[in-house]
Structures are given as C-alpha cells and as structure tokens.
Ligand binder design. Structure first.
Ligand code: C5P
Length: 307
C-alpha cells in the first residue's frame, strides 16, 4: 500500500508537495503513537514532577544510541520518496528487495549471524532476479523522452541502491541496540522518532527551505499525501514490532508478497506493462526469498540432536 499510495501522491496532482515535510510529519506521527503506547503501558504512575521524570527516562543513559539510526532512517525515508517519484512502483518494489542482501551482510558483520551457503545462494539469485526485472524497457516514444526516461530511471535506481544500504545498516543497528540493552521497544521508538525530527528538519531547511518560504509548508498537499504519511508511519511502527519479535532478515520475506500486489495494482492504476522478463525476474526474486526461508540443515540437525 505504501508504495502505491506514495507513488500516486507524487504523480496524481500537478503540484508536487515537498517530500521532506512528509518525512517530518511521519516521524511526528510515530513519536505521538509511540509516546502514547509507552505512557499507557510503562509510565503509568502520576508524580508531581511527571514531565521531568519522563524526560529523564527518555533522554537518560544510552538514549544517544538512537541518534545514529535516526539519521540513517531519515535519509532512507527521503530517498524512498525520490525513488518512488522516478520509478514505477513495481520496479521500485522489486529493486528494493536488494535490502535483503544488505541486511544479511550487516547481520553477519554486526550481529555475527551465521548464513549457510544455501542462503547465500538464494541471496545471489535474488540479485539476478532483480537484474532481470530491470531489463524490461519502458519504450518511450521519442529519442529525447527516452534519454530523460533513462536518466530518471538511473537516478531512481541509485536512490533505491542507497536506500537498500541504509535500510540494512539502520535496521541491523536498531536490532542490535534493542536486543542488547534493557530499554523497551516503545521507549526506543520514542527516542528514535524524537531524534529523527532533527535530521528531518535539517532536510526541510536545506532541500526545500526557500521553496517552502515562497509557497508554504503544505504546498501541493492532497488526501493522498496524508495517506502516504499514514502508510509510512504505520509501516514503520510495524517494522519496529517485527524487528523486536522476529528479525530484520525475516522482515524481508514479507515484502515478496507486496511485490506481487504492487505489480497487479500497477497494471490497473499506472498502466504498467508487464513483460515476460519482468515476470521471470519476479519469479526468481520470490523463489530466492522462499529458498532463504528454508531452515538451515545444520540447525535442524542440531535441534533434533538437542530434542
Ligand atoms: O524498508 P525498511 O524495512 O528498511 O523500512 C524501515 C522503515 O521503518 C523506515 O521507514 C523506518 O523509519 C521505520 N522504522 C520505524 N521504527 C523503527 C524501525 C524502523 O519507524 N523502530
């Protein structure tokens, strides 16, 4: 839903809203929701110095550890808007699967996870599948529009590539901090969203500051913009819960279902032409995620021995 709604919000209106403001509102929304859940579940006692002790709790100790993912995620979320504006939803969605590969690499490096040769093979297949999907051409009619289209597509793919690296890095870093310290998920989320408001504000000022001064903060906003903000916020909160109760690599599998949905919806909404190469690439991507999901032979054997 996020990709479709985000894409529609960028293309359906002649006036383009400033995506940096949408990223800001997304963090603000997540901050309010996380704070609400935190207050309802973990900070229930009313004291005379309520706000003082609340802020002490939120900003004390190692809360600074959330500054790093806050910056990385904010850049990633901005790149996602760029990529979705330049690429069709299906291409974006499939290329964004490369984040499974980057997440696996960072999980090995930072979490010291073991990835079996079969899993690495599935990750290579994933990359091949994505490459196949990219081979489909959009066939623009004139030479000039073809050139513009290629440049846009290249920029879009660069943005996706960077977003994949940041997704892997920030996701694994968040998982590392969450699972190696005592602070709860919702407290971490409050810290993450709060600190994210800083880079989000810097992004607004330096990217769109002068245009916002001219046209206003809500220039180009439609209901679709609100929809994109809502989808990104709810998606982010779900990611947090998934990382807590499962892990970042498992999160990647869920997105293969979203590829199929994006493709089908893109055909109806955006006139997306599905080529045989696209279908082949998508099948390889989905098969590779299935392969990755198979249990490790060695870990099965070990658990059988343990039983
Ligand atoms: O594409 P990917 O799964 O890496 O996207 C992660 C998304 O989840 C980002 O938009 C990030 O801001 C959000 N997130 C969050 N809270 C967390 C972890 C991630 O809102 N604790």
């Amino acid at each position: 839903m996020l990709v479709i709604v985000m894409r529609y919000s960028r293309t359906s209106s002649p006036l383009q809203y400033y995506s940096t403001t949408a990223v800001f509102f997304c963090e603000l929304f997540k901050l309010m929701v996380s704070l609400y859940i935190f207050l309802r579940t973990e900070f229930t006692s009313f004291q005379p110095n309520y706000f003082h002790s609340l802020s002490l709790l939120v900003f004390s100790g190692d809360s600074w550890k959330m500054i790093i993912p806050a910056f990385l995620y904010t850049i990633q979320n901005n790149l996602q808007y760029q990529a979705v504006s330049l690429l069709d939803p299906a291409t974006f969605q499939v290329s964004y699967q490369l984040k499974i590969l980057t997440t696996a690499i960072f999980s090995v490096l930072m979490l010291k996870k073991y990835i079996s040769p079969m899993k690495w093979l599935s990750l290579v297949l994933l990359t091949v599948g994505i490459a196949l999907v990219q081979l489909q051409s959009s066939n623009p009619s004139t030479a000039n529009s073809k050139k513009v289209g290629t440049i846009k597509k290249f920029e879009g793919l660069m943005a996706v590539g960077m977003a994949c690296v940041l997704s892997g890095l920030s996701g694994v870093y968040f998982e590392l901090v969450l699972k190696s310290t005592k602070q709860s998920l919702w407290l971490r989320n409050v810290q993450l969203s709060f600190y994210s408001l800083i880079p989000a504000t810097i992004g607004i000022i330096f990217t769109d500051g002068s245009k916002i001064l001219q046209n206003g903060f809500f220039y180009g906003y439609t209901y679709w913009t609100l929809g994109a903000i809502l989808c990104q916020s709810v998606g982010g909160l779900i990611v947090a819960v998934v990382v807590k109760y499962a892990d970042n690599i498992l999160k990647g599998f869920a997105t293969s279902i979203s590829i199929i949905l994006s493709c089908v919806l893109s055909v109806f909404i955006f006139d997306f032409q599905i080529t045989s190469m696209f279908i082949l690439g998508t099948i390889v991507v989905i098969y590779s995620t299935y392969l990755y999901g198979l249990p490790n032979k060695t870990s099965l054997e070990t658990s059988e021995v343990r039983v």
